[in-house]
Unconditional design. Structure first.
Length: 132
């Protein structure tokens, strides 16, 4: 839970058991979740939409929480290959995604930023429903 001085962060741990394509789909699912909007207002009134995640999950957050992807469960050179494949597969994603391998994190190495939060592009990608 966020506090007055901290924000929520999301973590996805990959133990190397799913395919690279499935892992990329999991990460893209976070973007689809971030793009989901909900209508607020009674029928026949002037209402509006709001991001579903902001109202129901992370009410203090102004931006969608950063997603951290940790790759583990395989030899380090295979994890490096997965990291490169994931980076290529999420090119153009509109949420903040940071990734690294578990061995690197245990050595104190920094996260790799492979996605940048862009709520304006995300809103264009997931437009509001017409006619509500």
């Amino acid at each position: 839970m966020p506090t007055k001085t901290s924000e929520v962060r999301l973590f996805e741990l990959d133990n190397g058991t799913m395919s690279r394509a499935h892992l990329a789909k999991e990460v893209w699912d976070y973007e689809r979740y971030a793009g989901h909007r909900v209508w607020e207002g009674a029928r026949g009134t002037i209402g509006g939409t709001y991001p579903f995640w902001q109202r129901h999950r992370y009410t203090r957050s102004k931006t969608f929480p950063r997603l951290h992807v940790i790759l583990a469960g395989k030899a380090e050179h295979l994890l490096d290959n997965r990291l490169q494949a994931l980076t290529a597969a999420v090119q153009g994603i509109t949420i903040a995604v940071w990734a690294n391998t578990l061995p690197r994190l245990q050595r104190g190495e920094l996260w790799y930023e492979i996605g940048v939060d862009d709520p304006h592009r995300r809103r264009a990608r997931y437009p509001e429903a017409v006619g509500r």
